[in-house]
Design a protein around this ligand. Structure first.
Ligand code: PMV
Length: 342
């Protein structure tokens, strides 16, 4: 291969897990399989300028501002993946990146961020190597590379429902990269889904997900949790096929609460939910009891609440409930209205 000055840009959406990944082994191997859906509007746009005649270094700009911490992270990441992209340490990188969702809103940018970087790297790889590669291989390798940056990022490379982690329930699934969950196995009700993210707490989390994953190594409930996540693929598969909303809601909320229960049972324990998170959860449960409408939640490793509901005709009442009853719990009335990318 020959390397030359070039510039590439890519965009990658964020994703939200339904069965959560929490706990990992060496080399970013997940302790259990996970499934997520990819979002449509929450994205990272990244441009990489590659200067072939300069010694290896990385300069990064986040929304126009130079960020040396991020550059250090990327530099380490590039060194780590040299074995998969032999040209990678042969030049200078100027990386400009911006998120379409509010900065420091607590919406995880690592999934879309590493997804976008990995896509850019595969574009550079295409410029530098002469062999034509098929698009399936390129996406799979991008997913593989994104995983090494941030585990959940490997799921952002595909639209729709995406599985990462080997499970007998999903053919072709792997610990090394994510695969798309077969569209044919998904009931239409799940193909038009809302995810409104209530921004309960904007700012930096008290415990990073890296530290959180690490604490699973000494969590006495970890093995049971990993087993449960594996088992949850069995009902999840049935639910996705049948469209059973009641069972879907139960499973997705259980997964979210289990993630946070694991945090509370870590040593040292930590809690990422805030008062507003709990208020919103209780309001959602009251609303469901009173109306029977399919509004439910999931949580990331943070205080924000992802409000999930289908676009099936029942959403007007749900939307007005969110606006009138739930927005008050978000900082600056902030809500990011997203939908599943299909
Ligand atoms: O990709 P990481 O290392 O930031 O871990 C994220 C884990 C969760 O978002 C909490 C769950 C998931 O499966 O995305």
């Amino acid at each position: 291969f020959t390397v030359k000055n070039t510039s590439v840009s890519e965009s990658c959406p964020s994703n939200i897990a339904l069965i959560k990944y929490w706990g990992k082994y060496k080399d970013q191997i997940p302790a259990n399989p996970s499934i997520s859906f990819t979002l449509n509007h929450c994205k990272t746009n990244t441009e990489i300028e590659f200067l072939a005649d300069e010694p290896f270094s990385v300069q990064t700009f986040l929304a126009g501002n130079e960020e040396s911490k991020f550059a250090e992270k990327i530099e380490k990441y590039f060194k780590n993946i040299e074995q998969y992209l032999p040209w990678i340490l042969k030049g200078k990188y100027i990386i400009r990146t911006e998120n379409t969702f509010p900065h420091s809103s607590g919406i995880a940018s690592s999934a879309s961020g590493f997804g976008a970087v990995a896509k850019c790297l595969m574009k550079l790889d295409e410029c530098f190597s002469f062999d034509m590669q098929d698009p399936t291989y390129i996406t799979r390798k991008a997913s593989f590379l994104a995983r090494l940056g941030s585990g959940s990022a490997c799921r952002s490379l595909y639209d729709g429902l995406v599985v990462w982690g080997a499970t007998d329930e999903v053919e072709g699934s792997s610990d090394l990269f994510a695969v798309k969950y077969s569209d044919a196995e998904i009931h239409p009700v799940f193909k038009n889904f809302n995810d409104w993210v209530l921004l309960i707490h904007e700012g930096v989390k008290s415990v990073s997900s890296t530290v959180g994953h690490g604490l699973m190594n000494t969590n006495p409930y970890a093995e049971r949790r990993f087993q449960e996540a594996r088992e949850n693929f069995v009902p999840m598969k049935k639910i996705l096929k049948s469209g059973n909303m009641e069972d879907f809601i139960k499973l997705v909320e259980h997964e979210a609460l289990t993630l946070h229960a694991m945090m509370m049972m870590s040593e040292p324990a930590f809690i990422l939910m805030k008062t507003g998170t709990l208020e919103v959860i209780n309001k959602i449960w009251d609303f469901r009891r009173e109306t029977g409408l399919p509004l439910f939640f999931t949580l990331d490793a943070g205080a924000n609440v992802h409000l999930l509901f289908p676009n099936d005709g029942s959403e007007e009442q749900i939307k007005s409930f969110i606006e009138s009853e739930l927005l008050q719990y978000s900082q600056n009335n902030g809500v990011v209205k997203d939908v599943m990318k299909w």
